[in-house]
Write a protein that binds this ligand. Structure first.
Ligand SMILES: [Zn+2]
Ligand SMILES: [Zn+2]
Length: 255
């Protein structure tokens, strides 16, 4: 019924009990998980997971803006081959993160542009990360969208300008369990104002556990909490949100 459209299952946090985590996800009525792999090792482990859990775990790959410094002259080609060899269903995450600035801003922008070009060349959706960088994210999406860009603004933090621009550009918006946090009025407003056919849900686990489990490790089964909160702000049932967001995810990722 649900799809967790953004998880990091190859992080060390899941090394000890991943089969249990996946079992709980199935029990919570998840029908797929998009696993986001952020280095070469993670891509191959994610592919193994796709073989172990066919039609349940899918792989997207990119470089987090924190690691944009690792991009070099061969990277574009490398990701192009990876996409074909490893059956990637999405490019990313990629984007801009000015909160910690772990990679220089100019390098983040350059890599973000390259991934948006690659996603369009391959006809794959881009998974976009934007933190405290709304203005530059909007400019780059507008400039790089050659009319073929599809994708999602993941872990949406609620900036209304970014929300409008993303919807204008045909992107979807994905919400995590930070929508359940007491101070997250901006995010709840954004969910209320985003049309249901443009919304997806995700955990971004192991990060951002829902309010009820805050401070603990997050996991895909908790994506249900995101659906419940969106249902609450939109005056719908969790089932209605699940049906719509799952259809949106299947359409976007072609799964
Ligand atoms: Zn992210
Ligand atoms: Zn992520």
């Amino acid at each position: 019924m649900y799809i967790d459209t953004h998880a990091h299952l190859t992080f060390p946090d899941f090394a000890a009990d991943l089969p249990e985590v996946i079992k709980r996800a199935r029990e919570a009525r998840l029908e797929a998980i998009i696993n986001i792999a952020l280095d070469d090792g993670a891509v191959s482990r994610s592919r193994e997971l796709s073989r172990d859990y066919p039609d349940f775990i899918y792989t997207g790959a990119g470089l987090h803006p924190h690691e944009a410094s690792e991009w070099n002259d061969n990277s574009y080609k490398k990701y192009r081959s990876l996409a074909k060899e490893q059956k990637l269903i999405a490019i990313g995450e990629t984007g801009l993160d000015y909160h910690y600035k772990l990679s220089p801003i100019d390098q983040q922008k350059k890599v973000f542009r390259a991934f948006l070009q690659l996603a369009q060349e391959l006809g794959l959706p881009a998974v976009i990360h934007s933190r405290e960088a709304a203005r530059d994210t909007i400019d780059i999406i507008r400039e790089e969208n050659k009319g073929k860009l599809k994708g999602v603004l993941h872990c949406f933090a609620g900036d209304p300008d970014l929300q409008r621009a993303a919807l204008d550009q045909g992107l979807l918006i994905s919400f995590t369990a930070n929508i359940t946090y007491p101070k997250a009025d901006l995010i709840r407003t954004a969910a209320k104002e985003t049309p249901l056919d443009r919304i997806m849900i995700e955990t971004d686990c192991p990060f951002l556990a829902p309010q009820a489990f805050r401070g603990q490790r997050n996991e895909p089964s908790y994506v249900v909490k995101v659906a419940e909160k969106i249902a609450e702000v939109k005056g719908l049932t969790a089932e209605e949100v699940a049906l719509a967001t799952t259809a949106n995810a299947r359409r976007l990722f072609g799964i």
